[in-house]
Design a binder for this molecule. Structure first.
Ligand code: NAD
Length: 505
């Protein structure tokens, strides 16, 4: 690891060996197995973390329950002040944290910094929300009664996050949850434990200076088992889980079994429809960046391209030419467009998907492959590939978390929407067209079945005040950020008071 990476770790107060359990400022002597964090960029060991044992989990949860009892009584605008200070500290440490996100996860430096910017933005947004915990006042049908509702916090919110947005997703949940008066316990991805530890240390420092109760921000690093403990824990009224559909089903089942709430942000299988009159240059840019950005490891990655038959040849030619320009390599070098996959398991899933696509009649338009040799020592760099295949081929129904783009053609607009909706997932969708009626059809209730529908832009993109989320196998429709989020992290208490008429003396 070079000098600047060491500087980055120092700036974030990270040592070579860290404990993966803490109640905030207090770090526990975590008793679980050692977890090594290796960078997919160059295969180097960045640091090691001891995972949380069940006893550590219990200690973190107990501290969170106690912290909640105090935090819920703090006025909401004051809670917002804590989040404002957190935003300031993340602003100060944007550079080293963004570098660590890139180096540990493998996304470009620009995207790593962008993720930290998302933390900063959600803090700004949450501060505003801290002064908007409104509620309705209603006229009662009963004489002399006053009736109104008030939003109250839930308790301890469990946050389970995925490797591909190792810090932004945590902040989308926690900043709003804290403003609403909850305590949080975070189980980050075991593939990106160091970015989680860096966030935890920053947060703990700010919370201590503010005088927030210890336990308000708990961290438990570990594998799926730790996620299961959170899902089954009756002290956790809300579990927010981001990850694969397989994980979401397991969490949903466990949480529902104890009548808890879950917020699920799961896998996508997103398509772009390229209409007959589309601006093909624009569509090519949207498709390429949507398919290869973050090496195809975004929930909103473009995985399917549905092209009108009249422009099919021109569009695929344009696509193949654009793929020919892509530079694959170290994501910290801004000259490269595509970095590595997260690990060798992901490379294996990529290879298997290409093989299956070929078996299922796929025709390769842009050949895939794994890079080796100098600059590719981690073994995680793969070539973005494009495969022409039947829209109903079984492999097309699956989200393979890698840069593989499936291409289909269609003849009438209704069929395009049917193809777009034919997969189990329903996260993001897009159409490139200049035809207003076709666009409106796509956006209507009879159109795209996704939580996000874009016109003339790709399938990716979110903003802190945008209620991001998907339907069907992509989630349960509950939204993370946005004003709607207040409802998710709070519960409404309806209050009626008998005022005893007008007998003022
Ligand atoms: P993953 O499902 O393997 O793991 C996600 C998290 O869930 C990890 O922290 C993991 O330890 C935990 N986990 C796994 N099984 C669990 C179980 N049975 N109970 C409780 N916790 C469990 O996902 P990943 O590989 O880290 O991330 C990629 C996936 O996440 C993709 O499917 C991607 O589309 C999805 N994702 C979705 C969104 C969204 O907002 N919709 C955002 C980011 C990622």
């Amino acid at each position: 690891m070079n000098h600047s990476l060491n500087q980055m770790l120092n700036a974030l107060e990270l040592q070579g060996l860290e404990s993966g359990a803490s109640t905030g400022r207090q770090t526990l002597n975590a008793g679980g197995a050692l977890l090594e964090s290796r960078s997919p960029v160059d295969g180097a060991l960045i640091g090691s973390v001891t995972q949380a044992s069940h006893a550590d989990y219990e200690q973190v949860m107990a501290a969170a329950v106690t912290a909640f009892e105090e935090w819920r009584t703090v006025p909401a605008p004051r809670r917002g002040e804590l989040v404002r200070l957190l935003g300031e500290e993340f602003r100060r440490l944007k550079e080293p944290l963004g570098q660590l996100v890139s180096y540990e996860m493998g996304k470009s430096l620009q995207e790593g910094l962008g993720e930290v910017q998302e933390i900063i933005d959600i803090c700004d947004f949450a501060v505003g929300l801290s002064r908007q915990l409104y509620g309705l006042t209603m006229h009662s049908e009963r004489p002399g009664h006053r009736m109104y509702e008030q939003w109250h916090p839930l308790g301890v919110v469990g946050v389970i996050s995925a490797f591909n947005f190792p810090v932004a997703v945590w902040s989308w949940n926690t900043m709003i949850a804290w403003v609403c008066g909850n305590a949080c316990v975070w189980k980050p991805s075991e593939k990106t434990p160091l970015t989680a530890l860096a966030c935890q240390k920053i947060t703990a420092r700010v919370m201590e200076a503010f005088g927030a109760p210890e336990g308000l921000s708990g961290l438990v690093v570990g594998d799926a088992r730790v996620g299961e403990w959170l899902s089954q824990d009756t002290r956790v009224p809300l579990v927010s889980a981001t990850g694969s559909t397989r994980m979401g089903k397991a969490v949903a089942t466990a949480v529902a079994g104890r009548l808890g709430r879950s917020l699920l942000e799961l896998g996508g299988n997103n398509a772009i429809i390229v209409a007959a009159d589309a601006d093909l240059k624009l569509a090519t840019i949207g498709a390429v960046f949507g398919a290869v950005g973050t090496a195809g490891q975004r929930c909103t990655t473009t995985r399917r391209l549905i092209i009108h038959e009249s422009v099919y040849n021109e569009m695929t030619r344009s696509l193949v030419a654009a793929y020919g320009q892509l530079r694959i390599g170290d994501p910290l070098d801004s000259a490269n467009h595509v970095g590595p996959l997260i690990d060798l398991q992901a490379v294996q899933a990529y290879n298997q998907a290409i093989e299956k696509a070929k078996e299922q009649g796929g025709r390769i338009l842009v050949e895939g492959g794994v890079f080796s040799g100098t600059g590719f020592e981690s073994g995680c760099y793969v070539k973005p590939c494009v495969i022409e295949i039947a829209a109903d081929a079984p492999i097309v129904m699956h989200e393979t978390f890698a840069p593989i783009l499936y291409v289909h053609s269609y003849s009438d607009p209704k069929t395009a929407i049917q193809i777009q909706n034919s997969v189990p997932q329903g996260l993001s969708s897009a159409m490139f067209t200049r035809n207003l009626l076709e666009a409106e059809q796509f956006l209507s209730a009879a159109g795209s079945d996704c939580g996000i529908a874009n016109i003339n832009i790709g399938t990716f993109g979110s903003e802190p005040h945008m209620p991001f989320g998907g339907f069907s196998a992509s989630g349960n429709g509950t939204r993370e950020p946005g004003v709607e989020a207040l409802d998710v992290y709070s519960e409404t208490k309806v209050i009626s008071i008998l005022v005893r008429g007008n007998e003022v003396t």
